[in-house]
Design a protein around this ligand. Structure first.
Ligand code: PLP
Length: 393
């Protein structure tokens, strides 16, 4: 047998938990009814959707009626932004940040070319926004503020409570993309006055192609996808029953693991990061290490190419991801690291390791050993190492 493969790209997607697969199975065979049907076949499955809605609501301490199932995080983001704007057609100013995921960033960019004024808040070298800037930029025309809970590339967590309070005190609607935060940190909709919150199942061991949008009771919202009356008229389309059931189970498991398991993952991440930074020839961590997801570390190996590191890691059976490549797989430098002012010499050599509850101490030992070897190997053959090579960029 070859060496064991190690997966540390959990911010991209996660393994579907075996319990989730098991829970979904009957809905591909016996329980195939349409939940909207009046007959036995429909009624049989409807109660499982209700249960999944309760499980999803419990994970974020919301009311089940506030959960709308969607096809993914991207749809949740689009539905939230479009839904709020359609409900408030008189106001035309949106505030977001420079480090959002393309599922928010590209929607806002499109809107900026189609009648909206969009303000992108800057971030400091730790990846944090300036709360005074947020307050200053809000005006009478501001309808929506869309700011993520945690960043997918660096894991940096924004002060969502404080942001929500400022936004609400100014009378705007607050949408939060919590795709990376859900299941990794505690989220309590009873305490944090977020109006709309995006969630994606495949980031916490549910399958790809299922997500949810939390819509606080009383929030004015026009459905993004129109058609039938599913989801109380907030998202049309026959429900993806097996995936909704799997999503519910994944939410239940995530809630159970939220404290103890995440502390174990954080301990693994901290050791990985500490040893790599201490033992590498030249490595440093990107982002605010105090306010960060427990599973993520983004490390720059100065002067060497992130893509080469990833290729060699992959040959060694280790899956990680590069901060220098965007989601489309292009070699564009990361907009997140650039917004943080990380120099090109470090942006290009950035690697993201994102762990999950399936990672072990042995995985961490192996990554440290292989990564340090790869760094040495690449420095020996690399033409880089001179600032002037980057001067033109
Ligand atoms: N928002 C964030 C912060 C993400 O990290 C992602 C996916 O990486 C998305 C939105 C999109 O979610 P999905 O892949 O479910 O469409």
């Amino acid at each position: 047998m070859g060496t064991k493969n190690i997966y540390t790209d959990n911010n991209a997607t996660t393994m579907v938990a075996p319990e989730v697969v098991e829970e979904m199975q009957p809905f591909f065979s016996d329980l195939y009814g349409n939940p909207s049907s009046m007959h036995l076949f429909g009624g049989q499955v409807k109660k499982f959707i209700d249960r999944a809605r309760e499980q999803a609501a419990s994970l974020i301490n919301a009311d089940p009626s506030e959960i709308v199932f969607t096809s993914c995080g991207t749809e949740s983001d689009n539905a939230a932004i479009r839904g709020v704007l359609s409900a408030h057609p008189d106001k035309k100013h949106i505030i977001t940040t420079r480090v959002e995921h393309p599922a928010v960033k590209n929607v806002c960019q499109y809107l900026s070319k189609n009648g909206y004024r969009v303000t992108e808040l800057s971030v400091d070298s730790r990846g944090q926004i300036d709360m005074d800037e947020l307050t200053e930029k809000m005006d009478k025309d501001t309808v929506l503020v869309s700011i993520m809970w945690a960043n997918n590339e660096t894991g940096v967590i924004f002060p969502v409570d404080d942001i929500a309070k400022i936004v609400k005190s100014r009378g705007a609607v607050f949408h939060c993309d919590a795709v990376q935060a859900t299941g990794k940190v505690s989220i309590d909709m009873n305490k944090t006055p977020v109006d709309l919150l995006s969630i994606s199942g495949h980031k916490f061991h549910a399958p790809k192609g299922i997500g949810a949008l939390y819509i606080r009771k009383g929030t004015h919202f026009v459905p993004f996808i129109m058609g039938g009356h599913q989801e109380e008229g907030r998202r049309a389309g026959t429900e993806n029953v097996p995936y909704i059931v799997g999503f519910g189970r994944a939410c239940e498991i995530a809630l159970k693991h939220l404290s103890i398991e995440n502390i174990r993952v954080k301990t693994l991440r901290d050791r990985l990061e500490k040893e790599l930074v201490e033992k590498a020839i030249e490595a440093s961590v990107n982002g605010d290490t105090q306010n960060r997801l427990p599973n993520t570390t983004n490390i720059s190996f100065k002067y060497i190419e992130g893509e080469s590191i990833l290729m060699l890691l992959s040959e060694a059976g280790i899956a990680a991801s590069s901060g220098s490549a965007c989601t489309s797989g292009s070699l564009e430098p990361s907009h997140v690291l650039r917004a943080m002012g990380v120099p090109f010499t470090r942006v290009h050599g950035s690697v993201r390791f994102s762990l999950s509850r399936y990672n072990t101490e042995d995985d961490v030992d192996c990554i440290i050993e292989k990564m340090l070897h790869i760094e040495k190997q690449l420095r020996e053959i690399s033409p880089f190492g001179r600032e002037e090579l980057y001067a033109a960029q």
